[in-house]
Design a protein. Structure first.
Ligand SMILES: Nc1ncnc2c1ncn2[C@@H]1O[C@H](COP(=O)(O)OP(=O)(O)OP(=O)(O)O)[C@@H](O)[C@H]1O
Length: 532
């Protein structure tokens, strides 16, 4: 595949991604915009493609175009840049860490990993308070996220239930970069604002602890801790410590009550909060934990990361029934090469340390994106074009040794049951034929040209397989009313398909780079490509 030729990649998008409005941008910085995620007080958030990532699930990013009058002041962007610089190395397990920021763009934009999940505010409004186990997991996760921010010298300043995303791996704190203004919080967000903040004080770790207490109280009881009313009434109750924790898991009441203390000096530190919540969990689960690896709560105040094993264990045991929302593959066509992403003054990158943690933690990032502050951006190397103007060649995502677009033809398989399995690299120069209904298997496959010699691969029975249209196993009936479905299969199902199904175009991810002896490589992921 030539680095300069048009090429298609697959991106996993939410099935209900809202389309762009006529005036919406089709490109933002280096990103190709696919749809709208929503509108907030500080700007519009778009779903966009970052072709630097090697896996279809990781390529979707959220880009917020900052248009709010709230940000219309000369001091705002320098302060934001400073905050982003501090955030760039934040442990991203429990917070949404920005990827890039361009304050010179008009309008400025900020990109983040795309995270799918439900806001805590929606969840509680729909289903009521969380059960004790999940509440404890939420409480520890939020405290861990705030602690990660504070370690980098950043106080969140506007933590509230609508900024907590319940994701399948655990809770995440959003809006860490562009926090809501104190003015906005004093209006609609008075419940989550500490008394000193309500009186005009700045964002501090102690104020974040107060917000933690209010959010945990709301999550556990389904009610506002200071009751309903006008902002001033709520603030008055908060200033007098008149909170209502009835219905909150009994063990959590002391630490939440202390967090809601009107006097910031009397609130616990996050270290104490984490230790106290872990202790509640351990006492609730004493029978199960006897003899297990969990450490005593005292470890939470020891040296190093407080109670990190316990935090992980709590999430593992208690974070149930938060399913990852469905994503469907969409074929996206990219052309030419990308203009230099680092021409602007304020472009921020996730530090490689933070990225490594993401890789280890949620496992949702492509390994192709490792930067240091001075490098040229990994996306430069991906060879995408914003303007479509070719520039000097550099390694391109086309040349990513781990992914390849290939054709699998069951008729070419000599050993369809045991493998190795034959594939042929393919490429295409034209736009997919659209608007003529769903093409047949063969009509779709004919749109692709051979771009290399056939080769052999082994397919792990545990390989991840995502089918958009054709590669269903016989015992799976998934098609929706439009004759299109998306489903996850195993490598075993896919192997089964290769003994009977029609030809198929897929993007494969190999476990390793090509072997010197040319032996078959192992395929660990298969994503079917299919036109919309
Ligand atoms: N990283 C992300 N991944 C996926 N969706 C996102 C991401 N960030 C924001 N969104 C979505 O974009 C929409 C707007 O988000 P945004 O944070 O701008 O506003 P908000 O939180 O709704 O309100 P506010 O501006 O008051 O914070 C929301 O529906 C949100 O779910």
């Amino acid at each position: 595949m030539s680095p300069r030729s048009p090429r298609e990649i697959s991106v996993l998008v939410p099935p209900d991604l809202a389309p762009l409005y006529p005036d919406d941008p089709s490109r933002i910085g280096p990103y190709l915009v696919l749809g709208r995620l929503g509108q907030g007080a500080t700007g519009t958030v778009y779903a966009a493609v970052d072709a630097a990532f090697s896996s279809p699930g990781d390529r979707l990013v959220a880009v917020k175009v900052l248009t709010s009058p709230e940000l219309d002041s000369p001091d705002v962007y320098p302060a934001l840049e400073q905050r982003l610089r501090a955030l760039s190395n934040t442990d991203p397990r429990r917070v949404v860490v920005p990827l890039d920021f361009d304050s010179d763009a008009n309008p400025p934009w900020l990109s983040m990993p795309y995270l799918a999940g439900e806001r805590l505010s929606h969840y509680v409004t729909k289903r009521g308070g969380l059960g004790t186990g999940k509440l404890i997991a939420l409480a520890t996760g939020l405290a861990e996220g705030l602690s990660a921010l504070h370690t980098r010298g950043v106080a969140h300043g506007s933590l509230r239930p609508s900024e907590v995303l319940l994701e399948s791996h655990g809770p995440h704190i959003m809006e860490c970069a562009v926090a809501a203004s104190a003015e906005r919080m004093r209006g609609a967000g008075a419940t989550w604002l500490s008394p000193e903040r309500f009186r005009g004080g700045g964002a501090t770790p102690a104020a974040d602890v107060f917000a933690w207490g209010a959010v945990v109280s709301f999550a556990g009881t389904g009610r506002l801790p200071f009751g309903p009313g006008e902002p001033e009434e709520i603030a008055e109750r908060a200033a007098h410590g008149s909170f209502d924790l009835d219905g909150l898991a009994r063990g959590l009441r002391p630490v939440v009550g202390r967090a809601l203390d009107p006097d910031p000096d009397r609130r616990p530190s996050l270290r104490e909060v984490i230790g106290a919540v872990i202790a509640v969990w351990q006492s609730e689960n004493a029978d199960h934990l006897r003899g297990s690896a969990a450490s005593p709560a005292g470890n939470a105040t020891g040296a190093g990361s407080p109670g990190r094993d316990d935090l992980a264990l709590i999430l593992e045991r208690e974070w149930h029934a938060v399913e990852p929302p469905a994503r469907v593959p969409q074929v996206v066509r990219l052309e030419g090469r990308m203009s230099n992403r680092r021409t602007t003054r304020a472009l921020f990158l996730v530090g490689s340390a933070a990225l490594a943690l993401v890789l280890v933690g949620a496992g949702i990032w492509g390994i192709s994106r490792m930067f240091d502050p001075d490098d040229t951006l990994a996306s430069d190397a991906a060879g995408e074009s914003v303007e479509g103007e070719p520039v000097d060649a550099s390694p391109s995502a086309d040349e990513d040794p781990l992914t390849l677009v290939v054709r699998f033809d069951p008729a070419e398989q000599e050993s369809p049951e045991s493998g190795p399995w034959v594939y042929t690299p393919v490429d295409r120069d034209d736009e997919p034929v659209r608007g003529q209904g769903v093409p047949s298997h063969s009509a779709w496959a004919e749109q692709w040209d051979e771009a290399g010699e056939p080769a052999e691969a082994v397919i792990s029975p545990d390989a991840e397989v995502l089918c958009a249209k054709f590669c269903a196993a016989p015992n799976h009936v998934f098609l929706d009313e439009e004759g299109r479905g998306t489903w996850e299969l195993t490598g075993g199902d896919f192997i089964d398909y290769l003994s009977w199904g029609p030809v198929m175009i897929v993007e494969v991810t190999f476990a390793e780079e090509p072997a010197e002896d040319g032996g078959p490589r192992e395929i660990v992921k298969v994503t079917e490509l299919f036109t919309e």
